[in-house]
Ligand binder design. Structure first.
Ligand code: NAD
Length: 485
């Protein structure tokens, strides 16, 4: 195993980053690009030994970082953000090679948002307001004390964005971090370590542990030296992570899967509805928040279907590095087969593909046709389970009660999208939807001040703004009696 790989002309370390040093493992795993199916890097395959090394390094670095004045921590975090800004083209190229996401989105929006994660939480830290109040002459002072080592485990669909959305607030709150990136897209985390080092983040404050989930990930989240576990991924893994953390009573923040409803009433702007419905195929449908269940009111249902079919036929599928591409490949063969399994079972259950319905045979490889199912039987798998691919369903409804009943008819509760021209209806319906985020006449407008997370099986906890500090810190109240002398 070499220590570095050259990916799209960018040199990336394939080793762990622990205690300010590159650390090797005896074994490696192959990192395969979904674009051409070739191995782009052999990456260090950590396990219990490396997880322990990383947690120890983090614990050693923790007291120094925790006692660093907030203004200095904020300064360093801003410098990390600036380092990311300088690396946007390289980070974008490597992320695209790693997971097949569109290069133009990586370059134009995602990587700048990665930098923003650092700038935002650095600013938030500097302005964190400590609430003070009085009780019969006693003063109460609330503080957010650094908790210790935060373990951050992340998925492959937006690797660096989702990693930094947890790493930045964890560091801002004064914690040391061990980040375990996904084995299907491990490389940009390694580049983040370089940016953090260059920005002057002290050794051991951020560690990157490479490896496979069941090995490195499982060892990390169940490590007794970890004070917080922040996990983003599937519901099934979330259960394992929660169980691993439970042995040590380590608090967990879980951001899990979704099967979000996209509800369009007949009084909505149909042009906007169709445009936004097409966007649910973004990132080849590998987006946790995607509104994959289209629920459309009777009077506009048929016209909507006709217009959506036409719009989807115009999407360009191909190499995600090309500017004109709308849909890239799925991330890995195993995931492709999983998506295809959902599609085959949906057909067997009686659903009909109005659009797509299988692999893109012209392109081959991991390209899957954007697919829309109609006539899926109530309660069937395709209407209730997350596919995490370019597969949507369409159902019709009549009136608010039926819309709400259908929208809430899964075990998930991550997001909901609602289109209506009536502000009163928007308020009534959004208050009845079970979801961490409801977007009314919009989608994916994300402000880091807003709480973010999932209801029901879509997660535990909320992050964003002060909610992130509530999770990554030990919130403490100091109640002091009146001074008598
Ligand atoms: P996954 O659960 O398979 O893996 C996520 C991470 O967990 C990876 O780093 C993996 O290596 C690690 N892991 C696997 N097994 C582990 C174990 N036993 N112990 C500890 N760690 C382990 O998920 P995925 O396939 O990488 O990502 C897709 C899922 O993530 C989808 O369900 C999607 O909806 C969800 N997701 C949720 C959000 C959100 O914000 N709610 C965002 C993005 C993705």
């Amino acid at each position: 195993m070499g220590a570095n790989a050259i990916v799209e002309g960018v040199e990336v370390s394939t080793l762990h980053w622990i205690g300010g040093q590159r650390v090797a493992s005896d074994e490696s795993f192959a990192d395969v690009s979904p674009i051409h199916g070739t191995t782009i890097a052999e990456v260090a395959r950590g396990g219990a030994r490396e997880a322990d090394l990383a947690v120890r390094a983090a614990r050693e670095a923790f007291p120094g970082w925790a006692s660093t004045p907030p203004a200095e921590r904020a300064r360093i975090l801003h410098a990390v953000g600036e380092g990311i800004e300088r690396r946007v083209p390289e980070l974008a190229a490597v992320e695209t090679a790693d997971n097949g996401s569109l290069l133009r989105s990586m370059r134009n929006s995602v990587m700048p948002r990665v930098a923003h994660n650092f700038h935002f939480f650095a600013d938030k830290l500097a302005r964190l307001a400590h609430e003070g109040f009085e009780t019969r002459g006693h003063t109460n002072r609330v503080s957010w004390d650094p908790a210790g080592v935060a373990a951050v485990v992340t998925p492959w669909n937006a690797p660096l964005m989702l990693a930094t959305w947890r790493v930045a607030p964890a560091l801002a709150a004064g914690n040391a971090v061990v980040l375990k990136p996904p084995e299907w897209a491990p490389l940009t985390a390694s580049m983040l370590a370089d940016a953090a080092h260059e920005a002057g983040l002290p050794d051991g404050v951020l560690n990157v542990l490479q490896g496979v989930g069941e090995e490195a990930g499982a060892a990390l989240v169940s490590h007794p030296g970890v004070a917080r576990v922040a996990f983003t991924g599937s519901v099934a893994t979330g259960r394992l992570v929660a169980a691993g953390a439970a042995a040590n009573l380590t608090p967990v923040s879980l951001e899990l899967g979704g099967k979000s409803p996209f509800v369009a009433f007949a009084d909505a702007d149909l042009d906007a509805v169709v445009r936004q419905a097409v966007n649910q195929y973004d990132n080849a449908g590998q987006v946790c928040l995607a509104g994959t269940r289209l629920l459309v009111e009777d009077p506009i249902h048929d016209e909507f279907l006709e217009r959506l079919t036409r719009a989807v036929a115009g999407l360009r599928q191909g190499d995600p590095r090309e500017e004109a591409t709308d849909l890239g490949p799925l991330v890995a063969r195993e995931h492709f087969d999983r998506v295809d399994g959902f599609v085959k079972r949906a057909r067997a259950d009686g659903a009909r593909a109005a659009i797509g319905g299988g692999p893109n045979d012209e392109l081959g490889g991991l390209y899957y046709r954007p697919t829309l199912f109609v006539d899926a039987p109530e309660g069937s798998e395709i209407l209730t389970q997350e596919v995490f691919g370019p597969v949507l369903t369409l159902q019709r409804f009549s009136g608010e009660d039926e819309a709400v009943a259908l929208a809430n008819a899964t075990d998930y509760g991550l997001a909901a999208i609602l289109y209506t021209g009536d502000p009163g209806r928007a308020e009534r319906v959004s208050s009845r939807l079970v979801a961490g985020t409801v977007w009314v006449n919009c989608f994916f407008v994300r402000d880091l001040r807003a709480p973010f997370g999932g209801s029901r099986n879509s997660g535990i906890g909320r992050e964003g703004g002060v909610w992130s500090f509530d999770f990554y810190a030990d919130v403490k109240n100091v109640c002091t009696a009146p001074w008598t002398r």
